[in-house]
Design a protein around this ligand. Sequence first.
Ligand SMILES: C[S@@+](CC[C@H](N)C(=O)[O-])C[C@H]1O[C@@H](n2cnc3c(N)ncnc32)[C@H](O)[C@@H]1O
Length: 314
Amino acid sequence: MDKHPLARLDRDPRLREKLLALCRIGPGEIWCEGRDGHRVGCLDAASSEDVLRLCGEDRASVAVHDLPYNFIAFDQKNIDEFIAWCRKVVDNTAAVLAGDSGLYLWIGADQKNGFAPLPELMLMMRDTNFTSRSFITLRNQRGYGTQKNWMSVRQELLYYAKGKPKFVPQYTGIPKAVKGYYKALNGRLTENTERGRAETIRAGNVWIDVQQVFYRMEENVNGCYAQKPLKAIARIIEASSSAGDTVLDFFSHSGTTLLAAEMKGRRCLTMDIDPLYCEITIRRLEHYRRTGRTGWQNSNPFVLELGQTGEENE
Ligand SMILES: C[S@@+](CC[C@H](N)C(=O)[O-])C[C@H]1O[C@@H](n2cnc3c(N)ncnc32)[C@H](O)[C@@H]1O
C-alpha cells in the first residue's frame, strides 16, 4: 500500500505556499455549503464583525472551541494578552449563542509553567455571564513524559452554560461492572443493573473511552497537528443540541466539528484564520460524503494535486 503522509503544514513554508494556491477561500471569505447550510469562514474568532458575518441571524445551541493552548504546538503570547484574547472570543461567542445554550472550551495546562493557561482561563470565565457546569478530563490512551514525572495523559474540557441549556446524558460502551445497590421493588429485591435504564455506564466528567487521534486511525488528517477525536465532539453535540440545531466552532483546523455535526444531523458554522485549514475542513466533508471515510489514514487531503497515488486516491 502506498502511504502519503503530509508534513505539519504550519512548519513547512514551501509546502504551504504550494497548497495555498489550492484553497478556494482566502481571508475574509466564507464558503457556504448548499445542502445542509454548513459554513466555513476564513475569519478571525477575535473579531466580532467576522463572527457576526459567519452567523448572520442564526443562533446556536452549542459552541465547541478548541483554543490554541498558548504552549507546545502554538505560538506563545504573554498570559495577560492571551487571556484578553480569549475573552474577546468568548464575548463574540456569547453574542451568537441562543438564550439557552452550552459553551465547551478545550484548553491545556502547562505543568512546566504553573499549569497556565487553565487557571487564568477559569478565573476569566467567572467574570462573564456563563455559569460553570463541568470540568471534563479526556484520558488519552497514549501518554508522553519521562520516568521522572507522572505520564501526561489528559486533555481538559470546560463546560459552561448560558441560561438553562438542554442536556441529554450520554452513555459509554463500558458495561456496568459494579452490581449491588439492592432495593425492593414490588416486594422483590432488585440489583442496580436490573433497575438501570442502560446496560452501560453513563459518560461522567472523566472520559476513558475516547482514543486521541494518531496516524493509524481512519479519522487521522495528515498535515494537521491538533486534531480532536470525532467521538468526543459527537458526544458533546449529542448532549447539548438537538437534530437540526446549529453548532459553532471558531477553530476548525481539521474540520472535526463540521464532520461530527454532519454525522449527527446538525448544521455547523465554523471558521479558521488559516485558509489551508479552511480548505482541509471543506475537503474532509466532501471526502466523507463521497467515500464514507472520516479522514486520510494513509493519504492526505491534497493527494491528487501533489501527484501522489494510492489506495485512497479517488
Ligand atoms: C487547536 S486547533 C483546533 C483543532 C480542531 N478542534 C480539530 O479537531 O482539528 C486551533 C486552530 O485555530 C486556528 N486559529 C488560531 N487563531 C485563530 C483565530 N484568531 N481565529 C480563528 N482561528 C484561529 C489555527 O489555525 C488552528 O487551526
